[in-house]
Design a protein around this ligand. Structure first.
Ligand SMILES: *Cc1c(COP(=O)(O)O)cnc(C)c1O
Length: 361
């Protein structure tokens, strides 16, 4: 069987080892005579998987006891609403640093809940995409929190160093770069990520949140939307996405065995470099619409001289067994999503193809 060279933006490639384990364990999980999908979320078999996934996350990201690790549902998009519902109290305001399409969605949703302000100037979707410098930020010292998107999956920009936000908790949408590099979790009030880019399948959303923020969160919202509800029950208040959490466990186990975040970070940097080098070597032909210092290591976006050449490029890559290289429908161009599970060989093949395609046209 030939695995596709999968450059999808999300849902995205998963480690073959994690899938094969799921295949082996599917019908008879750990000698129980049934699949993990068929187990009660209150039973020992599932509980062990659930807790193993949490423990692996704590180990990999070095998450201290100051923070809860939650498995929620509703995707990162639900967090756009849940964050202000929990953390933005009447009379308070929250700051949003918007660097692209996802940040824009986050601030728009927050506006339906309470008072928010933009802490950065300019159109976040203007080209070239960039992230603001600390000196360019207009932060409110009394903000309930400061929100940013660590990696803009569509525009292809990424924060390589996070801003300081004083006493205002930093909240980050890390949907498309969580677990791709080591981060200092203690610097964040809340980190959230839909699983389907770098952690596992869709259906489960990871939330890492400071315990004091949960304790002081609003209680005048429906119970199901309160972080406190889920934190008190170890994310077993209601039925979690058990099969998704199981697959997350498999993915995290592979990540740990392969040397954890330091090792994957090194590999991710080398992968991104191969593609950016291929772009920069032919500036007359390939153009990256992102400022040098803000280029994403996860989503490499670039343009060719014309949309026709871009379409030709995508068709040719498909013939080589590469999928998912067409840019997001809102911006066009080419996008190579090179998450943790995207093999260096696939990226090498793409870089080689970029060279060949340039020569041939
Ligand atoms: C994919 C993505 C989302 C949306 O995630 P859903 O789980 O589909 O709601 C939000 N933010 C970022 C940065 C993303 O990449």
């Amino acid at each position: 069987m030939a695995r596709a060279m999968n450059f999808n933006a999300g849902p995205a490639a998963l480690p073959l080892e994690a899938l094969e384990r799921a295949q082996r364990e599917l019908i008879d999980f750990a000698g129980t005579g049934m699949s993990i999908i068929e187990h009660s979320h209150r039973g020992k078999a599932y509980e062990a998987v659930h807790n193993e996934a949490i423990t692996l996350l704590r180990e990999l990201l070095d998450i201290k006891d100051t923070h809860h690790v939650l498995f929620l549902q509703g995707g990162a998009s639900q967090q756009f609403a849940m964050i202000p519902m929990n953390l933005l109290k009447p009379g308070q305001s929250a700051d949003y640093i918007v660097t692209g399409a996802w940040g824009k969605k986050a601030i728009q949703e927050a506006k339906t809940v309470g008072t928010v302000r933009s802490a950065s100037a300019g159109d976040p979707e203007a080209k070239p995409a960039r992230v603001p410098k600390q000196s360019e930020l207009d932060l409110d010292a009394n903000a309930a929190y400061v929100h940013l998107t660590s990696n803009e999956t569509i525009g292809g920009s990424q924060w390589h160093e996070f801003p300081s936000t004083g006493k205002a908790p930093l909240v980050a949408d890390m949907s498309s770069d969580i677990l791709s590099r080591p981060i200092d979790v203690s610097k964040f009030g809340l980190i959230y990520a839909g699983a389907q880019k770098n952690i596992g399948p869709s259906g489960v959303t990871l939330v890492i949140v400071r315990k004091d923020l949960v304790e002081t969160g609003r209680t005048d919202i429906p119970k199901i939307f309160r972080y406190a509800t889920h934190a008190a029950e170890n994310s077993l208040y209601n039925t979690p996405a058990t099969f998704a959490v199981y697959l997350v466990r498999n993915v995290l186990d592979v990540l740990k065995k392969n040397g954890g975040l330091a090792a994957i970070d090194k590999q991710n940097r080398a992968k991104a470099k191969a593609l950016y080098d291929a772009i920069d070597a032919r500036p007359d032909f390939y153009r990256c619409p992102v400022e040098q210092g803000a280029r994403s290591l996860m989503n490499v976006v670039f343009n060719l001289p014309t949309p026709e050449l871009e379409a030709e490029f995508v068709t040719a890559t498909q013939k080589l067994g590469m999928v998912g290289l067409k840019g997001h429908r809102s911006v066009g161009g080419i996008r190579a999503s090179i998450y943790n599970a995207v093999l260096p060989e696939w990226v090498g093949a793409l870089a080689q193809f970029m060279n060949d395609f340039h020569k041939g046209s």
